[in-house]
Ligand binder design. Structure first.
Ligand SMILES: Cc1cc2nc3c(=O)[nH]c(=O)nc-3n(C[C@H](O)[C@H](O)[C@H](O)COP(=O)(O)OP(=O)(O)OC[C@H]3O[C@@H](n4cnc5c(N)ncnc54)[C@H](O)[C@@H]3O)c2cc1C
Length: 465
């Protein structure tokens, strides 16, 4: 039985859907409003010519019990697949060649990816004093602690792969809070990594570099589809929220299937990207709405290219490769989609999912299809060797892909906290808040629901969505 408190969740990406799921479980009367005609937001899976194509995230990291338990509760654990052993091999481009990313201290010492000088430089790390700056760029943070080469050949490509971002502009404490905290708490990343591993074990958490990579046999949208199925007719598609006002209750102004409507709720959770959030909040909190609109989401183009296996010279024995900026290439990196999970490509075929643009080269994401196909083909050909043309290409453009937690972002994070304190019943859950990954978004949703139940009371717990 619902406890009668009505909550609107705006946005049906992974954040909004998981928030709504737990709210229903806690007994709230939930309505989810989604502008698009489908759920999932950034998570989109397609099938074409026997290939499974994830046009947004291709995988997620199993970083918490919260995420694991949610998947089990949804009954889709049997559909979950972990990346196979080969996907632990990751490559970084150096001097135009694919160089294996060393995954252990011994491999690091033997690796050709870093010079002896760079390796020796790491020995100094435990003796470098922690910064007293509250905010600094990830590049400055890494340069000071680990040196230039580590920044160029480890952090720069990694950040391009995760954030489509640039370490010179990302904020170390906002974008990588755990890394920054290691230094603050233990005085050193190396010492902190050793001690942190023990503490995480106690909390049942796994660090991102150790967390298992997973997807679903039927692609990433199995997750969001399962959540939407549980929520049933509580999810309204083609339902764009235009604005919210506070008139005792929250009045939500909507456009549902082209018809303007207003509905009243005791609480609202905003799980939309910050440009949409800015216009939704323009009446309620005009100054914050203006500031939120400044958050940068650079564009990314995802280019899926399918080939006959015989037309690829190199064995695709890994997750894929990432490209450091100093290598001056046109693409950010490429995932070997069909090597990581089973049944992504028909027998005898293989596929690359290549990322273009981001904060490094936003203009590249806006090239026309023909030119985009050309730059991807040329870089793949140089790096893995191609003997023939792709059998098909699927391009998806994300004009605003991933929020960049740039310098100053801690203030936006504080602003979301302040708005929640100022307006009783207003909440935020999304990839703009405590991390951009799927695991982070699910944890953020979980925390938001805990906050809601603390502030608004607990519903009847035995309600099943
Ligand atoms: C190309 C790409 C690759 C990625 N790869 C990975 C990866 O490999 N692993 C990983 O963990 N993460 C990855 N991410 C990040 C991750 O996918 C996202 O951060 C996460 O899915 C965001 O979920 P969300 O629910 O917060 O936001 P979204 O998915 O953006 O959902 C927001 C929803 O709000 C809706 N909406 C917007 N405005 C309104 C409105 N006015 N009214 C109603 N609804 C509205 C939108 O239509 C959308 O459905 C990737 C992202 C991109 C773009």
């Amino acid at each position: 039985m619902a406890n009668g408190k009505r909550i609107a969740v705006i946005g049906a990406g992974i954040s909004g859907l998981s928030t709504a799921y737990w709210l229903v479980k806690s007994g709230f009367d939930v309505s989810v409003f989604e502008r698009a005609s489908r759920v999932g937001g950034t998570i989109i899976t397609e099938r074409q010519n026997g290939f499974l194509i994830d046009l947004g995230p291709n995988s997620a990291l199993e970083t918490s019990n919260v995420l694991r338990d949610l998947i089990r509760e949804l009954g889709i654990e049997g559909d979950k697949v972990y990346g196979n052993a080969i996907s632990n091999n990751r490559y970084i481009v150096k001097g135009g060649q694919l160089c294996a990313l060393p995954m252990s201290p011994i491999k690091f010492l033997k690796s050709g990816l870093f010079s002896t000088r760079a390796k020796l430089r790491l020995l100094r790390e435990p003796f470098i004093k922690p910064t007293n700056q509250r905010d600094l760029s990830l590049a400055d943070f890494v340069r000071r602690r680990l040196g230039d080469e580590f920044l160029d050949y480890a952090i720069n490509p990694f950040v391009a792969g995760v954030y489509a971002g640039d370490p010179e502009s990302l904020s170390a404490p906002a974008a990588f809070p755990k890394l920054y905290a290691l230094e603050q708490k233990h005085g050193s990343l190396i010492k902190g990594a050793i001690k942190g591993a023990r503490e995480r074990k106690k909390r049942g958490e796994v660090s991102k570099d150790r967390a298992r990579l997973f997807s679903f046999k039927s692609g990433m949208d199995a997750f969001t589809n399962a959540l939407a199925e549980r929520l049933g007719d509580r999810v309204f598609l083609n339902a764009e929220v235009k604005q919210i006002r506070e008139e005792g209750l929250f009045s939500v102004e909507l456009d549902i299937d082209g018809k303007a409507e207003q509905r009243q709720f005791e609480a609202v959770v905003l799980s939309v990207p910050t440009d949409a959030m800015s216009s939704i909040l323009k009446d309620l909190a005009p100054e914050e709405a203006r500031r939120i609109s400044e958050i940068n989401y650079p564009p990314v183009a995802v280019v899926f290219m399918a080939f006959r296996e015989e037309d690829i010279a190199r064995e695709l024995d890994g997750f894929g490769f990432l490209i450091p900026k100093v290598e001056n290439r046109e693409i950010l990196g490429s995932i070997w989609s069909s090597s990581i999970f089973p049944d992504r490509a028909p027998e005898g075929f293989a596929a690359f999912t290549t990322f273009v643009g981001g904060a490094r080269q936003p203009q590249n994401a806006e090239l026309d299809d023909e030119r985009l196909g050309e730059i991807v083909y040329n870089d793949l050909n140089d790096l893995v060797g191609l003997r023939g043309q792709p059998i098909f290409v699927r391009i998806k453009r994300w004009p605003r892909a991933i929020p960049q937690y740039t310098m100053g972002y801690l203030e936006y994070q504080a602003m979301f906290d302040n708005l929640e304190n100022e307006f009783h019943g207003l909440f935020f859950a999304g990839n703009f808040r405590r991390g951009i990954g799927i695991g982070d978004s699910v944890l953020c949703a979980h925390e938001t629901v805990q906050k809601i139940t603390e502030r608004m009371g607990d519903g009847t717990r035995d309600t099943q969505p």
